[in-house]
Design a protein around this ligand. Structure first.
Ligand code: CDP
Length: 247
């Protein structure tokens, strides 16, 4: 896997992840949970408030899935998908865009066709290992908020704070449905709910690094919370646990 970043150049879109950042404290905040639990919305806002880097690991699995589909490979054919690893270069820009082999695919990776296949790709060990390597490399020696399924259990088990964010599947379906509509993505509420159930099942039943709370994670049920309330709750946990962050 090519990291696609110039490790010693802070002006490169990767933000110069290779540079040793001078910090008094380093914060690693892991936010895991099932599909459409609002992790990325919350993680982005928390990272902004703390002025630290946000890393969306789901976007990487989505970008890989898009590549598989563009190549006309069946996402359920593990060996064929894994054989594509050397051809995939994924870059997450600090400004939030997702690049696949130099192309901005930020919009395409949210397509329901990608969503419906991504959990197969994410269950293949060789692909996970390649993307986890990239995730750890990006986290480097800086403070980060990273969201996904296995961040607290596998990717960054040394995280200072581990949040496991949940919500009922009905609530999550309504949220994702409304999000899709606002982005001009055509779907039905039923198809969204079915997709979430399907992905949650595959994500939590795969052999390698499945979706599950870490033993030391803090559970936040956001079913009846606003985004603002969840962000405030997490910031409160951060301040209690590690005090002021110097990123
Ligand atoms: O935004 P949403 O909750 O729909 O999902 P996502 O975070 O974009 O992740 C898409 C898919 O990638 C998940 O359903 C998982 O199959 C996979 N994934 C994973 O296996 N491990 C991660 N750390 C992040 C995502």
């Amino acid at each position: 896997m090519d990291y696609g970043c110039d490790r010693d150049n802070p002006t490169h879109p990767c933000g110069g992840f290779g540079i040793l950042w001078k910090m008094k404290n380093k914060l690693i905040l892991a936010i895991d949970g099932p599909a459409a639990a609002g992790k990325s919305t919350v993680a982005k806002l928390v990272a902004k408030k703390l002025n630290i880097t946000y890393i969306d690991t789901g976007a990487m699995y989505r970008a890989f899935t898009l590549f598989v589909m563009q190549k006309g490979v069946d996402p359920q054919q593990q060996l064929l998908c894994e054989a594509l690893i050397p051809q995939v270069k994924i870059l997450l820009a600090p400004t939030g865009e997702v690049y696949l082999n130099g192309q901005d695919v930020s919009k395409e990776i949210r397509d329901p066709k990608v969503s419906s296949q991504v959990s197969y790709i994410a269950s293949y060990k060789a692909i996970r290992l390649a993307l986890v390597d990239l995730q750890r490399h990006m986290a480097g020696n800086q403070s980060v908020v990273m969201d996904g399924r296995d961040i607290g259990t596998y990717v960054l088990p040394e995280a200072n704070i581990k949040i496991f964010q949940i919500a009922s599947v009905e609530t999550r379906a309504v949220r994702r449905y409304e999000e899709n509509l606002s982005k001009g993505i055509t779907c039905t509420l039923e198809s969204v709910e079915e997709d979430l159930r399907h992905r949650d099942y595959i994500d939590s039943h795969r052999d390698f690094a499945p979706l599950k709370p870490a033993n030391d994670s803090i559970l936040i049920d956001t079913s009846f919370m606003t985004v603002h309330e969840v962000v405030e709750r997490i910031l409160e946990i951060v301040h209690k646990k590690v005090g002021t962050i110097h990123a």
